[in-house]
Write a protein that binds this ligand. Sequence first.
Ligand code: PEP
Ligand code: MG
Length: 921
Amino acid sequence: MADKKWVYLFEEIKEVEAYVNGSWDAVRGLLGGKGSGLFDMTRAGVPVPPGFTVTTEACNAFQAMGNFPTGMWEQELEALKKVEAQTGKKFGDSSNPLLVSCRSGAKFSMPGMMDTVLNIGLTDRTAAGMVKLTGDERFVYDSYRRLVEMFGEVVLGIPDEAFEEPLKEYKAKKGVKADTELTAEDWKAITETFKAVVKKYKGFDFPQDPFEQLRLATDAVFKSWNGKRAVDYRHATGIPDDLGTAVNIVTMIFGNMGWDSGTGVAFTRDPSTGEKKMYGDYLLNAQGEDVVAGIRNTEKIVNLEKDLPVAYKEFMEITDRLEKHYREMQDVEFTIEHGKLWMLQTRSGKRTAKAAVTIAVDMANEGLISKEEAVLRVTPEQVDTLLHPQFDPNAKVQAEKAGKLYAKGVNASPGAAVGQAYFDADMAERMAKEHKQDVIMVRPFTKPDDVHGMIASKGILTSEGGATSHAAVVARQFGVPCIVGASAIRIDLERRLMEVDGKVVKEGEWISVDGTTGEVFLGQIPTTTPNLEEQIDLLTLLTWADEICATPGIRKAPQGWPTRGLQVWANADYPRDARRARSYGAVGIGLCRTEHMFFEQERLPIVQRMILAEDSKVRIEALDELLPYQRSDFEGLFEAMNGYPVIIRLIDPPLHEFLPSEEKLLEEVITMRVKGETKGLDEKEKLLANIQAMHESNPMMGLRGVRLSIVMPEIVEMQVRAIFEAAANMTKKGIVVKPEVMIPLTGTLTELKWIQPRLVKIAKTVMGEKGVNFTYKFGTMIEIPRAAVTASEIAELAEFFSFGTNDLTQMTFGYSRDDAERNFLVTYVEQGILPKNPFQTIDRSGVGRLMKMAVEEGRKTRPDLEVGICGEHGGDPESVEFCHFIGNNYVSCSPFRVPIARLAAAHSALKHKGVGIAEDK
Ligand code: PEP
Ligand code: MG
């Protein structure tokens, strides 16, 4: 291990690539995101301060052994010598000292979650030397006190307040507000105070050996990989725990060397909207953390052109080059020292969902990336965010008129959030998790320690900070609406309230936060669902997704199976749902739950009469009354879905669901008896007796679905007549109808043999009566394990299968879908007994296995068998992917999730191009 290479100079990219066999992903894995960016920029001739990176392998070895691996420190010292040669400065030298920063950087960006120390190498001796060299005592002691403070906090674990309080006191005593008003003498005195703080807390002096500083800083950065906030962040974002962080040692460049120096952060495109324009902030005469911390008001990046035109021009050229090189929006950090520009970091920039879509579409249109790449760059979850509610514009205008506009700030992360205000992260998290409240977390500013509260909140509001502050960056990443820098708000953390012009909001009171406009309102403002039609870039992206899915041969599949990607259909019960489904891009209805129509006010009494009928004549009369209602429902569906298939499911639930509750009725009867009321008692008692006779211990496994149709065929006979009359009427009006009749809860072929021919006969009769012809299908749901296992038999009659994965999951696990989540499923997931809630994401190895078997067996009998899914899983991206693998023709989900499923379907097609069905794990 002694000769293993743990440390690479920034110019040693070739050596790194050779070591990891060329893959850039592996380079990132070894050097971290920040490190690999510095190496790559160095190779591209971008001005990067000399430096070197200690690899993530070293970090992992450190985590395993508890100390630096053999040879690592010696290699660090050797690399430092090379940097000394490159810069002409010397570490620890009193005449021309080299100062370095020690920066964390994992493979995936974890903004602010791990540690960094700047100005390493400053000691009493080197500080004096720097003063001589620069003639700028103020700058030197400002830098030195920063080192003592950062080192104290990060490396030695001293609390922030231990440094912040004495600085505040010092400023108060002197009567100054801003740091910039402090003189060289002040900083010198503060440096001494800070050194005394170290001594007081740790019992030893601030290290005067620069090598000791570097060694301890490296050690601290390694340790910060396992700090609480880093671990929390990784768990929230799914970053694996075993990647480790690299440590980047970079020559210090000083942005605080006067007014021809400065520092800033920028995005090559607007991370909020995606617009193609440089977006960011800078400060002259300042060091990096001043920009992010929001202590001084930053300048917009365009103004740099006036302040430092040469550096600005070079900056614009370099960032343009970087964006083209990476073919991705870049988030850069830069520093200018005496007019000379240095790039300190480049990485792909975090962005809102809206910006992700716009940037992907723009970059494809600019020819920078392909349409396929554009589609892959947006996640289904981001599309979900874009369909999230917004404030109703009218309600907002009214709220404003009523004087409820409370404050304005920077619109840092879009979307509308309504919640109760809480003033710290722990409280916000507790109220959200334990009390199930909608929470808005309100803070002066946020720090990495606050992330747990931010994730638990519906919205975030800060009174300080800018568009690149911690709160803004984190909120954008998690899609939480956020406003920062609402500076009119005074937050009183002790009294747990905030105030603007005498208007007080106490903790727990409701506020509404519009992250799109930056407005904060008092009270609760109603929200509306965004209009997909207006989101032009998203529509473009989804059209590309559909084109990808429609490519023949994108799925490798046996003869007769679909070789294009998945289609997306929708579950819709009413014409209005069907119209929304169409506008969201659904190309079929995969499930119309006809019984939902029975619950409508004017129909329910007829339905009840039909159920309670003592003879067939009364039942048929009631059904005759229901028929026109159903027919007109179906006509509406066919009209909305002109030319597309419509799957209508015959009645499924147990009949007691349509009747009054047994307990309630019993209570009423007993009360009447006790009070001696007789009027209406007879009818109630009769109804009660009827309901009691229908009682089942396990109704979900009882008389429902096809079983009900066999016991009481009149209902489904009416439904089939209504479907075919509607289809015939619409055909006459020029609508192209494709009805598919779905029989629920089939368990045996014999059930289908009993019912299906009767229904087909009615279909044919109606077509004869009406004198029209159209194609139709009869098929079944696969919701019972036995149906999946005997799918080859079932497919003898069924012309299509649709997986009802709600019931199939219930029946396969034996978990009640109505009670499991409440009773034990959450615990099961928390305890790792189940990896995910199987009612949300298909359990591939159990339920999924049955599905796969059903498709294979079914198509053995009927090679062109149409297969879909209509359980809730149809809109879950991971389940969509599984349906792609097993050879479904389509997935069907709620209209609102159709865009998500369209993108998920395209992702599946692209990610598994050429992978044969049944080849997955
Ligand atoms: C299913 O079981 O997955 C299904 C779609 O039917 P329902 O939810 O109506 O039982
Ligand atoms: Mg079902």
